[in-house]
Design a binder for this molecule. Structure first.
Ligand SMILES: NC(=O)c1ccc[n+]([C@@H]2O[C@H](COP(=O)([O-])OP(=O)(O)OC[C@H]3O[C@@H](n4cnc5c(N)ncnc54)[C@H](OP(=O)(O)O)[C@@H]3O)[C@@H](O)[C@H]2O)c1
Length: 251
């Protein structure tokens, strides 16, 4: 029997990068708390080492209940996120706030809720999943990029704050992954955000996204999170996927 028995809590495991990361940690012998807004029992191998727990990272009572249900965790992977493609001028501030509620404040709230137990044990790990959008700017994703870039700065500062407590903090920066539910999950939020003056630019961007030179798979991101979790060199940023790695090298 494997005697690793570390426990990771991962947010946003209903699809895409989070689901694959849950599978990867489980296959490596970890205990996994796979969290989802709407828990499903049919996505992951349910055994004694894997539990599915309800969690919406925008709701404080949901965060508290999920951590209570999870028991002690060694690692937190903040993966849950929502996308937004659209002209900034046409984006209602309510939508800007909605994106930040999940991508930025959700990550902060989860981290803050998980920290006390890690600080007390003087051992822990937080991995924040951002985006290759933070590595090289592209148009029509200003709000999304802002929400993720905030977490890049947050994480870099927090890493220094928590180092003495032996709580490690890492960033995983995935590239463009058309195989996940990311685009369809953002569909309703993006309706009407390509206003007429921006339509030609949007058409050009859609065209280039339609024939990318390289894309990121969910397995690439699971590997990135796994490498970040096992890092002993002090590396903060882990680009995940060939397109993200190329952007990180070009910086
Ligand atoms: N795919 C890409 O091109 C790409 C590129 C770079 C970075 N990323 C980042 O990678 C992460 C995973 O994205 P993905 O591509 O795997 O997309 P995905 O398939 O849409 O998965 C996103 C997950 O986040 C969950 N989620 C959304 N809002 C939530 C909330 N308030 N509370 C808890 N969970 C919530 C979704 O759950 P529901 O099923 O309940 O909606 C879903 O499980 C995100 O942070 C995203 O920003 C994606």
């Amino acid at each position: 029997m494997m005697l690793c028995m570390k426990t990771v809590l991962i947010t946003g495991c209903s699809s895409g990068y989070g689901l694959e990361t849950a599978r990867r940690f489980h296959s490596e012998g970890w205990n996994v708390v796979a969290t989802m807004r709407a828990p499903r029992a049919d996505l992951l191998p349910l055994d004694a080492r894997l539990r599915v727990v309800a969690l919406d990272v925008t709701k404080p009572e949901s965060i508290a209940a999920a951590l209570e249900a999870s028991g002690p965790i060694d690692a937190l992977v903040n993966n849950a996120g929502i996308g937004l493609f659209g002209a900034f001028e046409a984006t209602p501030m309510a939508t800007v706030r909605e994106v930040f509620e999940t991508n930025t404040f959700g990550v902060m709230a989860m981290t803050q809720a998980a920290l006390p137990q890690m600080r007390e044990r003087r051992s822990g790990l937080v991995v924040n999943v951002t985006s290759s959008a933070t590595l090289a700017p592209m148009p029509l994703v200003a709000v999304y990029t802002a929400s993720k870039t905030a977490i890049e700065g947050f994480t870099a500062s927090l890493e220094l704050e928590l180092a003495e407590l032996n709580v490690r903090v890492k960033l995983v920066e995935p590239g463009y992954g058309p195989s996940t539910r990311f685009t369809e999950n953002g569909g309703a939020r993006m309706a009407g955000l390509i206003s007429e003056p921006y339509a030609p630019l949007a058409a050009r961007i859609f065209q280039s996204l339609g024939k990318p030179s390289a894309v990121t798979t969910a397995a690439d991101v699971a590997e990135g999170v796994w490498r970040a979790a096992n890092d002993t060199t002090g590396q903060l940023r882990f680009a995940a996927g060939p397109d993200a790695v190329a952007l990180a090298k070009a910086r």
